[in-house]
Design a protein around this ligand. Structure first.
Ligand code: NAD
Length: 316
């Protein structure tokens, strides 16, 4: 397991704990470092006044039994505690709200507590809400009705996003490596795309990557058939140069760390005493931030978003 603190502001950094499979320990460390850095950009772009950190717990090849899993979470909580408040942890891929409650028994430096304890609860619905706002801003603020939108990854965020888009009248196509997610597609009357590798390349108004990162690279970008990409997945670009590739191809990409900030906005709010109205205001501002990013883009939306984040950090 590893914790990376990319930056502290007023002595604090924040970012969820991810439980995931890694081929090597070096891969896990590289991932936690990259994720912590993007948490810094995310917090800065959203003007949250906190630095970026992240944790990973690398899973063994065979699924751990419940007791081993609890022991690992206990160890991770002790590791968080050892940072003395410089790193706050929360939920991320592979970690549940119950896990957060469990870890809070061993360290105070946990955010995203259950709603009944005065916390934000599961951050995913907030993230999905923010991504919907990002999608609307990226489509020029026009109604979503009749727009063909492809959601790739129907997990906590992608599933809730698909529900929201269906309610708004979008023509949905959805995909997931887990065939059980087809149930949700049927429930929403969405087209089910059996091969998630192909979903990215469908003819559509917008693609929303909501699974894991790295999906946009030298091979996938030339094959895109949608003018806009805006989704929840962290680190969608294989590397920063892909930002220019997207721009040169005329694809409008909503920088992930701006679009998916809703969850961070919610869990970080606990540090000031959770206030739902303040959280909703900040999530609504994701649309304005993206508008500013698009207006100032010259070489890539990534460069523009990083520039904006750096400016906001200067005033944080
Ligand atoms: N949960 C949050 O609040 C939050 C906040 C910010 C960013 N994110 C990012 O959003 C993404 C999704 O998060 P989540 O919480 O919904 O995770 P999740 O684990 O609940 O869902 C991920 C889904 O993607 C599917 N999937 C995995 N590989 C796939 C592939 N190659 N093609 C298609 N589907 C695939 C999984 O089966 C699963 O249904 C992650 O990149 C996460 O880091 C999440």
């Amino acid at each position: 397991m590893a914790v990376a603190v990319h930056r502290t502001i007023a002595g604090r950094s924040l970012g969820g704990c991810r439980m995931w499979h890694y081929a090597t320990a070096d891969d896990a460390v590289a991932d936690v470092e990259r994720l912590a850095s993007s948490m810094s950009s995310k917090a800065a772009a959203a003007g949250l006044g906190i630095g970026g950190g992240k944790g990973v717990v690398a899973l063994p090849d065979t699924a751990p039994d419940p007791e081993q899993r609890r022991d690992a979470l206990h160890d991770f909580a002790d590791l968080v505690e050892s940072f003395g408040g410089r790193y706050f942890t929360a939920q991320d891929v592979g970690v549940t709200l119950e896990d957060v409650v469990f870890m809070a028994g061993f360290t105070d430096y946990v955010t995203g507590h259950p709603v009944e304890d005065g916390g934000s609860g599961d951050p995913s619905p907030y993230t999905a809400h923010g991504v919907e706002i990002a999608i609307r801003a990226s489509l020029g603020g026009r109604p979503l009705e009749g727009r063909r939108i492809v959601v790739v990854g129907l997990g906590h965020v992608g599933g809730e996003l698909a529900r929201r888009l269906a309610r708004a009248g979008a023509r949905l196509a959805v995909s997931d490596v887990d065939p059980r997610r087809r149930e949700l597609a049927d429930e929403l009357g969405a087209e089910w795309v059996a091969d998630p590798a192909e979903a990215l390349f469908l003819d559509a108004d917008l693609i929303a990557p909501c699974a894991l990162g790295g999906v946009l690279d030298e091979e996938s970008v030339p094959r895109l058939n949608a003018p806009v990409v805006a989704g929840a997945a962290n680190n969608q670009l294989a590397h920063d140069g892909i930002g220019e590739l997207l721009h040169d191809r005329g694809v409008l990409w909503a920088p992930d760390f701006v679009a998916n900030a809703g969850g961070l906005i919610a869990v970080s709010d606990e540090l000031h005493g959770f206030d739902r109205a303040r959280v909703e205001r900040r999530i609504a501002a994701i649309g304005d931030t993206l508008g500013e990013v698009y207006a100032r883009t010259t070489t890539s939306t990534l460069a523009a978003a990083k520039e904006l984040a750096a400016e906001r950090l200067g005033t944080a």
